[in-house]
Design a protein. Structure first.
Length: 168
């Protein structure tokens, strides 16, 4: 019985992922794109009753976003119907969220790399990768391979404090 529920959950998730990707590929309206991205964030990246956000959730989220939505030039969240990685996770000018702040702390506190330099291709590590999505995914996989659970937990707690204005 437990195996069938797990299989059903896996099939449902795979179906949702491919449907969201397909829908994002076919959608041209910015309001609808942002709405789909928000729904994906809220359903694929777990933030409730957890000790930290899993890097696998970020990898799963970003891998579903079609290449045509990623800007290959350095931009400030969104420009000309293209997003950078923080813009795709819902960050806007003077408006960050728990998803983006946690990811920023994973880069800053765990890898000691500026997330904006990584996104813009100005960090030395993957500077040779021209495709911004591939470059960003390489960073996420690096975080996954190099960072301990304890560091994730500390970065997540710090992010929540920043979000709630209690970090000094």
């Amino acid at each position: 019985m437990k195996l069938s529920r797990t299989l059903e959950k896996t099939i449902t998730q795979e179906t949702q992922e491919s449907n969201f990707t397909k829908h994002l590929e076919n959608t041209k309206e910015l309001v609808e794109i942002r709405s789909i991205l928000k729904f994906m964030r809220e359903n694929f990246i777990k933030t409730k009753e957890i000790e930290y956000i899993s890097i696998d959730d970020y990898i799963n989220y970003y891998s579903q976003i079609p290449n045509h939505l990623w800007s290959d030039k350095a931009i400030f969240y969104f420009k000309n119907n293209k997003f950078d990685a923080l813009g795709l996770i819902g960050e806007r000018v003077h408006e960050f969220n728990l998803y983006s702040k946690t990811l920023e702390m994973y880069f800053k506190d765990c890898l000691h790399i500026s997330i904006t330099k990584a996104i813009d291709g100005k960090d030395e590590l993957y500077m040779d990768e021209d495709n911004s999505k591939k470059r960003f995914m390489k960073y996420l996989y690096k975080i996954k391979s190099d960072v301990s659970i304890n560091k994730y937990k500390k970065a997540y707690v710090k992010s929540k404090k920043i979000i709630h204005g209690r970090y000094y």
